[in-house]
Design a protein around this ligand. Structure first.
Ligand code: PRT
Length: 107
């Protein structure tokens, strides 16, 4: 289980999304398109926020999993790779968040 990564889930989502399998939530959501998938992502984000603010640790873990899964479905629909997002995050490691914010505000 410790070996399971978002890369693995991205692969599963990609395969199931294009499978057309009748028993697949991923295939169903993917077929419904970006508007529906993005709406689900927004709902999961709100549910994650609610769990966090309530101090519901178990709920936060579960809603975070829902959030990341639906985020990967949205990325797949947009044809954006997880590696693209990680590359952007890696690029940002050269600077602290506050320094980046300050440089934006100067412009
Ligand atoms: N990680 C997930 C995952 N997380 C959440 N969900 C599904 O997301 C759906 C929506 O979650 P909700 O809590 O909003 O459920 P809901 O209220 O019934 O949904 P709505 O009525 O609002 O549409 C549920 O059907 C969940 O089962 C997931 N479905 C799939 N995966 C992964 O994708 C793989 C392939 O799944 P299938 O495509 O379904 O075979 C699975 O083996 C998992 O690894």
């Amino acid at each position: 289980m410790a070996d399971f990564s978002l890369d693995d889930l991205e692969r599963i989502v990609g395969t199931r999304a294009r499978s057309g399998a009748a028993d697949s939530w991923t295939a169903k959501l993917y077929a419904q398109g970006m508007e529906r998938a993005a709406k689900k992502l927004g709902e999961e984000a709100v549910e994650t926020v609610i769990a966090a603010v309530a101090g519901d640790t178990k709920g936060l873990v579960s809603e975070s999993a829902d959030l990341l899964y639906h985020w990967l479905v949205v990325l797949a629909l947009a044809d954006v790779k997880l590696s693209d997002v990680l590359a952007e995050l890696e690029r940002r490691t050269s600077q602290s968040g506050l320094a980046e914010k300050a440089s934006r505000n100067q412009g």
